[in-house]
Design a binder for this molecule. Sequence first.
Ligand code: M6R
Length: 615
Amino acid sequence: MCGIVGYIGHRDAYPIIIKGLQRLEYRGYDSAGIVLFDGEDTQLSKTKGKVEDLKDKSKATISTKGKLGLGHTRWATHGVPNGVNSHPHYSNSGNLVIIHNGIIENYESIKKALVERGYTFESDTDTEVLINLIEEVKEKEGVKLGKAVQIALNQVIGAYAIAVFDKSKPDEIVVAKLGSPLAIGIGENEYFIASDASPFIEFTNNAVYLEDEEMAIVRLGKEIKLRKIKDDAIAYPNIQELQLNIEEIEKGGYDHFMLKEIYEQPRAILDTYRGRLLANQGIIRMAGIDQNLEKFLNANRIIIVACGTSWHAGLVAEYIFEDLARIPVEVEYASEFRYRNPVITENDVLIAISQSGETADTLAAIKMAKERGAFVFGVCNVVGSSIARETHAGAYTHAGPEIGVASTKAFTTQITVLTLIALKLAKEKGEFTDSKFHELLTQLEGIPAKVEKTLQSNVLIEQIADVYKDSTNCLYLGRGYNFPVALEGALKLKEISYIHAEGYPAAEMKHGPIALIDDQMPVIVIATRKGHYEKVVSNIQEIKSRHGKIIAVVFEGDETVTQLADHIIEVPETSETLSPLLTTIPLQLLSYHIALMRGCNVDQPRNLAKSVTVE
Ligand code: M6R
């Protein structure tokens, strides 16, 4: 987690760093800091809180001049969030300065040795240990900063994206990466450094993404030099042209990114299947699948690994793959999978799902599966992300940047990609007739318009939110394809409104959760007329008999559930397979409104970060 930004060039660094940090706040936002260097002196400002607090503090306490700057927005790992633990950190001499995203796992032993050799520490961070190790190496070995960084990094275990400068070298920043992302934007006689390209997109479209175990000396007036940290081998920078545009990362008139992203779903789903789904011709075209079709068709099973919302998309995919393509699927939390010595064979296909493409556990699961011979396919949103690069092949969801910490459009676009894959494999395997295949393709093509229609329930959902905003608990129930939607609805509510919520398969209610139901308990039930409708109706009766409050998500024109429920939210009818793409929308809006009414920070909920790049 944590976001890092750096600048060196001909402009004032301060506004670039501050704006960049604001764009990276999704990565962590419990404290922030900035250092500016005018060639002679450094100005340091750090504080607990958001970048806005840093801005206020910096304006009042430091000179904001300097053409070189580093900034950091933090999600605390080592040491509580406060000014002292915030980055940047100085070395003991005050000559070296660092920002760091990641964790140095062996920092305690290094710190102990440094203390024995006379080093002192102000903060509790692993980062301050690293900068002093670099300083010690530099002085002991009599080497330049780049070499000292390289030697020091060969002594650390962990993950990092770092940027370091030396006050005696005002035209140079040294950067390095292992496990955490780092991009270098290349402008006209200026360089930008950041955790992703969003901080510099208005200045340049050219960027280099460092690979793991690479470092670079970013020097004004010189081309970027890349080196391998381990063996000093020269690596050649692959300069990419960025596709991102500035409008995509601004709020565009919405109060919150989350709301904007919920409303972007019709477009995002359309963009995700555009060019892939050719309903008229009865074709699904996906390069990553086409080129590896045999691997999928001959797979013993598909293992899906992911975390959080992406894991819920994986659960939906399990239903779709098994139901349509008749391929056995197992869905695993990446964090469990990577540590439980799973049986993986060369005949397994592993699909890793991740919006950010940077989730540490998912990345580790991929690496393990690759080592054991599995074919690994990625479903990611962020182009060029670590997971996109680490997998053998993949398919992007074309959701556009998702900034709100609560995942919304990532979920529906992941399901869209996974549905396309399942449909394609089902067709190739001859699992259903041309007419059924064609019907599903046509239905999928109709989903964006149906999402658009579902969004029209926003005012009704806001009214329902008002009734339940003070609840302390909430239950979400669904069956079949909509069981994962219940899990996802509960996750959305708890992460942004801090109301305790649980998702359950509706039939499981009788095995425990039913004890919780009383007249204070809102129960959100997904009860679409397809699938196991009658069974869900029975579950609703059971809740009603215990005076639970029922909010039901149903297909338009529903009569049975409408008579039983306290509140009804209708979505347009579609096939059971595609229903999660619609039923999930009201649950996103409900969470959004409840969180807002409770005064919560919808886009940046407490204790969370958008990409979880630490395990
Ligand atoms: O970037 P990823 O999809 O790998 O992220 C996985 C989870 O961290 C993420 O979905 C998280 O659960 C969201 N906050 C949920 O809204």
